[in-house]
Design a protein around this ligand. Structure first.
Ligand SMILES: Cc1cc2nc3c(=O)[nH]c(=O)nc-3n(C[C@H](O)[C@H](O)[C@H](O)COP(=O)(O)OP(=O)(O)OC[C@H]3O[C@@H](n4cnc5c(N)ncnc54)[C@H](O)[C@@H]3O)c2cc1C
Length: 287
């Protein structure tokens, strides 16, 4: 199928994009388009029929990765998954951060999709099976939104509200993702896909900055990412070798899995617990 007719505005700056969104008429249905990797198929299938598309993909300021004076990292909304996958090895970013970004980005879909799809588009789309929502929540990121009333920041952990639902207000655009400047000691990220390049059925990520609790963020839960906090000392006390530790982790995490995750689906719940156990094990095994 082909999309229903729409008007198209390519914005040269973020201010121009916000003005174009604000100037839309009362009968307009306006959409931002970034990489088009999710919106394109939805337009073609006529699942959405916007009357106006505001294209932000070529706004230079949205395609930059900057290190902030406090050591944090600001990633423009139109930075593609491929740009993050290809991050060069350098001492610009806090230790460990580039490794996590490269790993998560490189596991998204196929290279062709990663070359167009953007981090901001992925967040705004809020597909529960997408990789960035849980990864950025685990990384302690904040999402910078720009709109007619100015700029505001929302914690990534509070940004995705549910299935395709976010904290974005009408007229707002995701401008950037800001990561904290602290180093990452250890991390683990696991996802289960039936086929390489497919959306995951379960995923989990742990970012270890050395606190008393180990937090596993679960994605692909059917809604917003879910956090499970585990006591580090209790986990470290699981007796036995590698196999016993993994079985013990699985048992504890399965017991802590909220009822809201895949209720009544024992296999899906097993997968979620298993991905979380593997991600936590990566941290405990000091990988
Ligand atoms: C076959 C296939 C497999 C995929 N597999 C995965 C996967 O394994 N993991 C994964 O994470 N993703 C996957 N994706 C999705 C991919 O990562 C997309 O890049 C992403 O979901 C959307 O990014 P985009 O830049 O293309 O956004 P677009 O398609 O341009 O937009 C998506 C939505 O977000 C809105 N939007 C876009 N940018 C902004 C912004 N800056 N501010 C406000 N609203 C905005 C648009 O209005 C639209 O509603 C897959 C996609 C395909 C087609």
């Amino acid at each position: 199928m082909k999309p229903a007719p729409f008007r198209y505005h390519r914005a040269a700056s973020l201010d121009e994009a916000i003005a174009a969104l604000a100037a839309a008429g009362p009968d307009d249905e306006v959409r931002v388009i970034a990489g088009g990797q999710s919106l394109g198929p939805m337009l073609n299938l006529r699942l959405v029929r916007p009357t106006l598309l505001v294209d932000i993909h070529r706004i230079d300021g949205l395609r930059a990765i900057d290190v902030l004076p406090d050591g944090g990292v600001r990633i423009g909304a139109c930075v593609t998954h491929a740009m993050l996958e290809d991050l060069p090895a350098s001492d610009r970013l806090p230790p460990g951060v580039a490794d996590v970004l490269r790993h998560v980005a490189g596991g998204i879909a196929y290279r062709a999709i990663r070359c167009r799809g953007t981090i901001g588009g992925s967040l705004a789309h809020a597909d529960p099976a997408a990789d960035w929502p849980s990864a950025l929540a685990a990384l302690g990121a904040t999402i910078e939104l720009a709109g007619p009333a100015g700029r505001r920041s929302v914690a990534a952990s509070a940004f995705c509200l549910g299935l395709f639902e976010t904290a974005i207000e009408p007229g707002e655009v995701v401008a950037a993702v800001v990561l904290p400047g602290s180093a990452i000691c250890r991390w683990g990220h696991r996802k289960h896909c039936r086929k390489v390049g497919e959306f995951a059925h379960a995923m989990a990520i742990c970012i270890d900055r050395g606190g008393e609790a180990v937090e596993a963020w679960l994605g692909a839960t059917g809604g917003a990412p879910v956090a499970i906090a585990l006591d580090r000392a209790a986990l470290a006390g699981i007796a036995g070798g590698e196999a016993q530790r993994r079985a013990g982790l699985h048992e504890r995490i399965a017991a802590a899995l909220p009822d809201s995750i895949a209720p009544g689906d024992a296999y899906a719940r097993h997968l979620h617990a298993q991905m979380a156990a593997e991600a936590v094990n990566d941290i405990l095994a000091n990988r």
